[in-house]
Design a protein around this ligand. Structure first.
Ligand code: PA5
Length: 453
């Protein structure tokens, strides 16, 4: 990898009119304090800092993952990745960013267990036809309802297709070393297993086998991906925001939030980064949104969404700030051809690359949104490749840790996600939830809640 691939820059000129010098200095101080808290491992959630050193730790021995990935590539035309939240978004983000969108080599990677829609699962199984299939089921707890339910169905389907022993050879489980129902099933059936370390939370787990196995099975160079993250780990330790984009981005977010900009829109100009934005939403939403605080993370993909959400961003409520994500180099660019007679009126672009047109769309958008009262900064990626994506994901992880600490929350827990689960279990009649079930049924009949009823 060239170090240049990890060199992420931030252009923040379009925020300066919204943050005066003293607000920027205060933000700087809070973020430096947060950086010290993280480095000394003395902040809240210190038991979940395993992610910090994962890039270099994972790099020391990739062979078990590479061997399993090679086996999957030999065994399968289709790899079904079963998981939800942190147990699938990272892999999907990287695979969709780096695989050619059409005609990729190696197994198709498809996803299950990230919602509860039976028609989707039925269609997914039907679509496999006679193709050879492998499954990578991923759950740290091993008990999450959505992937567990999907896997129950898929496991039966695989056993009918291949017989129990061959189905087991085609099933790879990534879960806790000891606990959980998935660990029990995996041990009983003899699946190949990988472990999610205890000190790494789901949304920070892309650099564990959770992400690395499906990413490698998709044919992506996980060594280069990790090298990008390792380089960013070094950059993130710096104390000068002019050379450390993590500090700069964290300062801008902190300062803008305190100016009442409570919504951040991540706006990428590359369709292959759409799931990176989804992963980013989980990372920032789950890490910051607690104790009545936190920036609401929203995302758009441009220029597609300039024709829909662009209206709101330009002209709606002024509580937004925007972070553009733009890759400076685009491989395989297309040059606009000259057309005789210029019937479509586009000859003024003849000879320009699409990348140049896209860059001007970014410039035009940034200035228009600034005029509309939306401060905006641009994260500039040196290109979209394994190393730059590794660097980008680690950049976001480091930023959210600092912003969470500066906000005064624990960025590594997610107590709020339990509320829907306990209601759902009670309504489904899961044993042990009888009292809550009675309360909810009484509430439904009292309020006449048609959906819940
Ligand atoms: O960030 C998180 O902790 C969550 O998104 C989890 O990853 C998600 O709920 C899946 O959990 P599990 O891996 O235990 O099935």
């Amino acid at each position: 990898m060239e170090l240049a691939d990890a060199r992420i820059r931030i252009d923040y000129a379009n925020t300066l009119g919204f943050i005066d010098t003293s607000a920027m200095e205060s933000a700087h101080q809070r973020i430096i304090n947060a950086q010290q808290l993280l480095a000394s491992r003395s902040g809240p959630g210190a038991d979940f800092l395993g992610w910090v050193d994962l890039p270099s730790q994972a790099r020391t021995d990739l062979s078990p993952i590479l061997e399993a990935a090679a086996r999957i590539r030999a065994q399968a035309d289709v790899l079904i990745v079963v998981g939800i939240g942190g147990s699938y978004l990272g892999a999907r983000a990287v695979i969709e960013a780096l695989r050619p969108p059409f005609a990729a080599e190696g197994p198709a990677v498809i996803y299950a267990g990230h919602h509860i829609d039976g028609a989707y699962l039925r269609s997914l199984m039907d679509s496999c036809g006679d193709h050879r299939v492998c499954i990578n089921v991923i759950s740290k707890s091993g008990t999450t309802t959505e992937p567990a339910l999907a896997f129950r169905v898929l496991r039966q389907w695989m056993e009918q297709r291949y017989g129990r022993e061959e189905a087991a050879r085609r099933t790879y489980a990534t879960t806790d070393a000891q606990r959980g129902a998935l660990r029990r099933v995996a041990d009983e059936e003899g699946y190949t297993t990988f472990v999610i370390p205890d000190d790494v939370g789901g949304r920070f787990s892309v650099i564990t086998p959770v992400g690395l196995l499906p990413i490698a099975a998709a044919g992506i160079d996980i060594g280069a991906f990790l090298d990008g993250a390792i380089a960013m780990r070094g950059i993130a330790a710096g104390t000068n925001p002019d050379s450390n984009p993590v500090l700069r981005y964290a300062m801008l977010r902190d300062a803008l939030y305190r100016q009442g900009k409570h919504i951040e829109v991540l706006a990428s100009f590359h369709p292959e980064l759409t799931v990176v934005s989804e992963w980013w939403k989980q990372l920032f939403g789950e890490s910051e949104g607690k104790d009545g605080k936190g920036i609401f993370p929203a995302a758009v993909t441009n220029t597609t969404d300039l024709h829909s959400m662009g209206q709101y961003i330009q002209d709606g409520e002024r509580r937004l700030f925007e972070t553009f994500l733009f890759a400076e180099r685009s491989a395989d660019d297309i040059v606009v051809p000259e057309v005789a007679g210029d019937t479509d009126g586009l000859n003024y672009l003849a000879g320009s690359g699409f990348a140049e047109v896209n860059a001007n769309a970014l410039r035009g958008t940034a200035l228009a949104h600034l005029d509309g009262g939306v401060p905006n900064a641009t994260i500039l990626l040196p290109g979209i490749n394994a190393a730059s994506i590794g660097a980008l994901l680690y950049f976001f992880e480091s930023t959210v840790a600092l912003c969470g600490y500066a906000l005064g929350v624990n960025p590594f827990d997610q107590p709020g996600v339990e509320a829907y689960k306990s209601n759902m279990f009670a309504l489904l009649g899961k044993p042990g939830n009888e009292a809550r079930r009675s309360e909810l049924l009484a509430q439904i009949s009292r309020d006449g809640n048609a959906v819940a009823g």
